[in-house]
Design a protein around this ligand. Sequence first.
Ligand code: ZN
Ligand code: ZN
Length: 342
Amino acid sequence: MTAHDQMRAMLDQLMGTGRNGENNKFQVKYSDPKVCKSFLLACCPHEILSSTRMDLGECPQIHDLALRADYENAQKKKDHFYDIDANEHLKNFIADCDRRTEQAKQRLAETQEELSAEVAAKANSVHVLAEEIGKKLAKAEQLGEEGFVEESMKLMGEIDELRKKKNDAEQEYRNSMPASSYQQQKLRVCEVCSAYLGIHDNDRRLADHFGGKLHLGFIKIREKLAELESTMEKRRKERREIQDRERGGSRYRSRSRSRSRGRDRSRERRDRDGRRDRSRDRRDRDRDRERRDRDRRRSRDRRRASRSRSRSRDKRRSKRSRSSSRNRRSRSHRSGSNDRKK
Ligand SMILES: [Zn+2]
Ligand SMILES: [Zn+2]
């Protein structure tokens, strides 16, 4: 790692990768592990269920629409496989909800007056019809609001039919028990959102439940999970293939790395020997230097003595040598040009 890389890594650690102008309020890139991948795929339960009775509070991971846009652009160029992460997240979330639903059912079974199997079946058919009415009513209202009057009217017709069936089912249920027992509200748990529904809830109340943000939010999450699940096997395989391909490269690298590690070890051994050699060398060299220094000192002294004697002679000689060297140079220049002509 170069000093520049080290500095960069340190700054990244301190300030996040947002420091290079990818400005968002969280100072992170969409690929940051702190960013909620389910949110990037628009299916985080924290977002979908916000301001419902089951509001989960703020997601522990970052939600930012600008990052979702970044991700959507990047995903067009390179497959990120975030759907695999989102699938895990939703699967765990829904598993938790289903566990809660089972617990709620268990609680009801313990606290509510137990019905015989026959009566329970009758109660159930009331529930089923009530649920159907509630859903259709919610849908009819939605269609009406959106201006699809004809479709809405058609649904209202179907609802009338269901109401008749439900009245019959209620009558049967009522006849199967004493009036005092019938008065008691029989609760059941919504399989989609684990809310409690009562057997005596009116159509309006049921429509509010089935058309409400909580129940619809859960439908959205469950549908998204089912959609993700349907491709998961293929997607995991695709990711594994890409990882294998990448690891294939790195496997080669790691093999050559271990080979070079072996090389390093032998180099180390050699180095150790070398160091021994070198220290021996150094000792020799030191001895040599001492000898040389002694010699040099001696010769310097000798030269100094001779120089003072021959200084006047040297001056004369240097003048002569300069002129002769000039002649030599011009001669060599000429010969050079001749060489090139040949
Ligand atoms: Zn989230
Ligand atoms: Zn529900």
